[in-house]
Design a binder for this molecule. Structure first.
Ligand code: ADP
Length: 174
């Protein structure tokens, strides 16, 4: 693939939030090549399909200021995260940590992945204070109940979320 340190930032990104974008820009300071892995995650019944989520992340990442020359790629994955990481030749998994509530899940996932491949390290990054509380799950709830999500997500995500809600309303009315 390329020289340098390759890291994977996996997630569902349903939808992409300013919290995710904060972690993505921090991750570019840690690795030379960042692969944002968009998980299919059918179990979570996503609001957006896999291709839509990949497109949203790609479009937003293309608008990012990326001064330090880190290569950023956005790829879907449907297999086991560790297999995806190994296929890419990555040495790091990057995850974001919000409140204490994330800790147990992330701790277990990190430990499982360490068992699957001890050569791959999981690194946790923290978003800035004003982004830490943002979660895709709550963004969807706020939007569904008519609240303003403009400060939680990038503009294009806001527009697509509003459009998706209109489509959902149209579908349930017919
Ligand atoms: P997953 O389904 O894997 O949890 P998410 O899209 O919800 O996927 O999150 C992907 C990663 O981004 C996770 O490590 C999550 O903790 C992190 N993350 C999400 N929102 C924030 C935020 N506001 N601040 C820091 N990390 C975040």
């Amino acid at each position: 693939m390329c020289d340098g340190r390759i890291g994977v930032y996996p997630g569902t990104f349903d939808p992409l939030t300013n919290g995710h974008m904060d972690i993505i820009s921090r991750a570019t300071r840690v690795v030379d090549h960042l692969v944002i892995g968009v998980a299919v995650n059918a179990g979570k019944e996503p609001m957006f399909g896999l291709t839509e989520r990949v497109d949203m992340v790609r479009e937003q990442v293309a608008l990012m200021k990326n001064g330090d020359g880190t290569i950023i790629e956005v790829r879907p994955f449907t297999n086991l995260l560790m297999h995806f990481v190994e296929e890419l030749g990555a040495s790091l998994i990057l995850r974001g940590l919000r409140a204490v509530s994330d800790f147990e899940y992330e701790f277990q996932m990190g430990a499982m992945n360490a068992r699957l491949n001890p050569r791959v390290e999981t690194v946790f990054l923290m978003a800035s204070e004003n982004h830490q509380f943002i979660a895709s799950r709550f963004v969807k709830d706020v939007a569904i109940f008519g609240g303003d999500i403009a400060t939680f997500v990038p503009k294009l995500v806001e527009q697509r979320t509003m459009r998706r809600l209109q489509e959902m309303k149209g579908a349930s009315a017919s």
